[in-house]
Design a protein around this ligand. Structure first.
Ligand code: ADP
Length: 653
């Protein structure tokens, strides 16, 4: 201390030292531009990288110039010092830095004037920023505490009210810990938990409800949302009573939860009446559900059964103990027609056995099954008693349906449609009859004529007539035998074709010439264009095809009517058509005339085996061709034969 001389006005160097190192920022400004003539360390430290000496106030402190320049001028003009306390003046502490919040104590004082010069002004600054901030924080904290105290008082007020109300009331801290429980709570539970008693709810909540409440309560504490739940609370006497537990958060201005208020309202009565209603409702709903389930299961089983039944190709009918119709699959309904449930379905038909005898009701397969018999594949011809519908041949099986105890509770009857099969069988026996008849007829003619020729010498004309008769009969027999032989060989795949190019116009002309004398070819008009491309065909087989069609055309049409054989190119192939003005073929038979042994039941009976068109089709198909018929009843028929065109190699050969 001895080294440091006491400051004194007479020692300018000490005064300068004190000025320079003072913690108060000191500066001197002078002239109109308020140019800095002096700044001490502390003043420079406000903005260390800012050059100040020799520069005007505005240039040095642009951010606060508007605030302080007028005051400085005022001080210079009036010579009255100005002291500003804790004035806010935000400054840039670094040149390019941000404006920073700052508070200052600033004193501006004019120095004693020297001569006539306007006085310089001394500026003293003390940075109050830290102090002001501290003070502000303290103020804020105080306000906060005041608010808390206020809330506390309010809560306490609420608690006082809560003490009085008949509900159980409690409060919890923001993180859920129980703080306070009202008198009613203590009365109800018989518990007086001390501060260290742990969670008072553990002893009170029913063990079934505790986890649920805890779960909901924790979620509420986390989310800050109100919560309620019905739970059983244990009373002092050990009984449990239903309560509605509800907790709502109390928030401060910052929206933070500061407290939870909880209430528990007894709802034992409501619960009981509601439970009774609920129980009744639930029982009813259960019953309804069970009924729905059952009917659903039943419907599902029925649907499954229907699906199974419908997937069976045979007809299937299920009937009950009285043999009344219960259900059937699609095939059965198609074969038997619509059957109303509960109807005596067996009454709707007359059944005949293979011998054509009517089967009495008691002998029908379903009736026998009802007596315990299992019937397999009985062939019956069923004819509807009323209404239309063709008789059908059915192969009928029937078996009893037995319940768990073996009692018969119904019958399942299945049947396959064997009408076509029976028809074929019938046609085959028809064929045998036809063969024996049709072959025998010309044979009888031949035998009779031959005998006549032998017995007595006739005149020449009669001999010629008899010989002619023998020849045509023999020819017809030969044709029939040929049909039968062809049939066997074609079906056995023994017919090998040797196709070659057949120019159709000359072929048709030659064919007609050859048939003269055998068929009434004068009724046949040829319309095969000379330019028609050659077909690829086996000539003898092509001849059979055309002869069959022409024979039918002449046979089935009136003797005076005309028939035509025409040709055309269709789809790049050659088509030959034999058309007549005969009776035509009914639409439902058109597809069947090419079947084996098919003879139209509607046509007037003519000699024939029902093989001609069948063989014709097989021959056309063996050529790789197609045959079809266009026909209109009463107008006539046109049989179209489509054949492949001859290829170049065939034409040259
Ligand atoms: P069929 O020996 O009876 O003539 P087809 O196989 O040649 O045998 O003919 C089968 C059936 O087709 C005949 O019974 C007849 O009813 C019918 N049919 C064939 N051709 C004609 C036609 N041109 N006009 C009308 N019906 C025909």
């Amino acid at each position: 201390m001895a080294d440091v001389p006491m400051p004194s006005r007479s020692n300018p160097s000490i005064a300068a030292l004190l000025l320079d190192h003072s913690t108060t920022g000191i500066a001197l400004v002078e002239g109109d531009g308020m140019v800095f003539a002096y700044v001490n360390e502390a003043f420079q430290a406000i903005a260390p990288d800012r050059p100040m000496l020799g520069r005007g106030f505005e240039a040095v402190w642009p951010e606060v110039a508007a605030q302080f320049l007028p005051v400085l001028r005022q001080v210079r003009a009036t010579l009255v010092p100005v002291e500003l306390e804790d004035v806010r003046a935000d400054v840039r502490r670094r040149l390019e830095g941000p404006l920073e919040e700052a508070w200052w104590n600033v004193t501006m004082k004019a120095l004693p004037p020297r001569g006539g010069e306007p006085p310089a002004i001394a500026i003293h600054t003390v940075d109050r920023t830290a102090a002001v901030r501290l003070r502000r924080q303290a103020e804020l904290m105080q306000a906060e505490q005041e608010r808390l105290r206020e809330a506390e008082r309010a809560a306490r007020g609420a608690e006082l009210v809560a003490e009085a109300i008949p509900q159980l009331v409690w409060t919890c801290g923001p993180s859920g810990e129980t703080e306070w429980l009202n008198q009613r709570w203590r009365d109800y539970t018989g518990l007086t938990p001390g501060p260290q008693a742990g969670d008072p709810w553990r002893a009170v909540l029913h063990e079934h409800d505790a986890p649920r409440w805890l779960n909901r309560w924790m979620t509420a504490v986390r989310s800050g949302l109100p919560v309620d739940l019905e739970a059983r609370l244990k009373a002092a006497d050990g009984s449990f009573r239903w309560h509605l537990l509800r907790a709502v958060p109390l928030r401060d201005e910052g929206d933070r939860v500061v407290k939870w208020f909880g209430t528990a309202t007894e709802i034992e009565e409501q619960r009981r009446t509601r439970d009774a209603a609920e129980l009744a409702r639930r029982r009813e709903a259960d019953a309804r559900q069970r009924a729905e389930d059952a009917s659903f299961a039943a419907a599902q089983r029925a649907a499954e059964l229907d699906a199974v039944l419908d997937s069976i190709a045979d007809g299937l009918v299920i009937s009950n103990r009285e043999n009344e119709f219960e259900r059937a699959n699609d095939t059965a309904l198609r074969l038997l027609g619509e059957l109303p449930p509960g109807s005596d379905w067996l009454q709707r038909f007359v059944a005949h056995d293979e011998q054509g005898r009517e089967v009495p009701g008691g002998q029908l397969p379903p009736v026998r099954a009802l007596r315990g018999e299992v019937v397999h594949g009985e062939e019956l011809r069923l004819e509807p008693r009323a209404g239309r519908g063709a008789p059908t041949w059915l192969s009928v099986s029937a078996a009893p349906i037995r319940d768990d105890r073996g009692a018969i509770r119904g019958v399942v009857t299945t049947f396959g449609d064997i009408t076509r099969l029976r028809e074929l069988q019938e046609r085959q026996s028809d064929l045998l009859r036809a063969i024996s008849h049709d072959l025998r007829t010309p044979l009888t003619v031949i035998l009779t004529q031959a005998q006549m020729l032998q017995r007595k010498p006739d005149d020449a004309a009669t001999v010629v007539r008899r010989a002619e008769s023998v020849r045509t009969s023999a020819q017809r027999m030969a044709a029939m035998i040929e049909d039968l032989v062809d049939l066997v060989r074609l079906e056995a795949g023994l017919v090998k074709l040797t196709p070659r190019a057949v120019p159709l116009a000359p072929f048709a002309t030659e064919l007609r010439d050859r048939l003269r004398g055998t068929l009434a070819v004068e009724r046949l008009r040829l319309e095969v264009p000379d330019a028609l491309p050659a077909a690829s065909a086996d000539p003898p087989r092509l001849e059979r095809i055309l002869v069959n069609l022409i024979t039918n055309a002449l046979k089935y049409s009136p003797p005076e009517s005309e028939t035509t054989l025409s040709g055309a190119v269709v789809d790049g192939q050659v088509q030959l058509t034999v058309a007549d003005h005969g009776p035509g073929i009914p639409a439902d038979e058109v597809d069947r005339v090419f079947e084996r042994f098919y003879r139209s039941p509607s046509a007037t009976r003519k000699e024939g085996l029902g093989l001609g068109l069948y063989i014709t089709r097989l021959l056309v198909e063996a050529h790789g061709g197609q045959i079809r018929v266009e026909s209109e009843v009463g107008r006539g028929s046109a049989f179209h034969v489509l054949l492949p065109r001859a290829v170049a190699a065939e034409v040259e050969a």
